[in-house]
Design a protein around this ligand. Sequence first.
Ligand code: NDP
Length: 288
Amino acid sequence: MTATIIDGKAHALALRTRVAAQVATFRAATGRAPGLAVVLVGEDPASAVYVRNKGKATRDAGMESFEHRLPADTTSDVLLALVARLNADPAVDGILVQLPLPAHIDAQAVLLAIDPDKDVDGFHPVNAGRLAIGAEGFVPCTPLGCLMLLQDVHPHLAGLEAVVVGRSNIVGKPMAQLLLQQSCTVTIVHSRTRDVFGHTRQADIVVAAVGIPQFIRGDWIKPGATVIDVGINRTDAGLVGDVDFAAAAQVAGAITPVPGGVGPMTIACLIRNTYVSACRRDGVEARL
Ligand code: NDP
């Protein structure tokens, strides 16, 4: 069997196009554009690329991008004061502080300072709690993008066995919550799990967010299963995921490639969350 390749690039483009169309309607109705503020501290080259791409995607969707670049030696107080200004700024619907922050800054304190109703990254504990109890909030962009890709393959997720490999706060845990909300039977596998492939081999859905190149092998996948590979690992052989793609694609029913799978969905979901935030703040119905 050869798996269907899930085209994340095409899905992301379609979502961005839908958001851009709705942003135009929002602007006509409210007389303003949704705004996303992105804060970058320091010179980390990968972070600089992410911030540039996020700014471009924001502008492409017809939204305002407010970019704040601060030197690496910025103090926590200066950063917290900027976050407070952005919280109070009515033109700002979403605030994103690019991680990782320099070691001398308490990243948790900065994330806590962001107004949860402008936390379009969904990293604030209030939004993690809202997700856990099924209340309206913001869901982290990467797992939200994974869910959208999964829903395209499985319009009805209820009852499916899902295994999430990884339990980070930004991917694994919110992914598991989202799948639970969809009535999947969810297992979370992590570094202390005794029999990782015993679990993945039973799963209708495997979401891999481990950070180890090609960790999930082809024979760990149940024939016909759907495999979502969140991993982005830079190796001598280029960019690879957390799944052995060539082997898994022989067994799976559908699989995301790396690159071109989950990655493009993350920014598209950030744009979506910013539009949704603007709608909530202006009391306009979000249509997507
Ligand atoms: P973390 O390093 O925060 O978490 C990795 C998880 O994998 C941990 O929960 C860890 O378990 C688990 N793990 C590690 N080793 C094993 C093992 N041998 N068996 C089972 N589980 C194991 O990573 P992230 O969640 O932040 O990211 C995961 C991957 O996704 C990375 O490659 C990252 O680059 C990528 N990523 C991609 C994004 C995108 O836009 N596409 C966005 C975010 C991340 P434990 O908790 O026990 O240590």
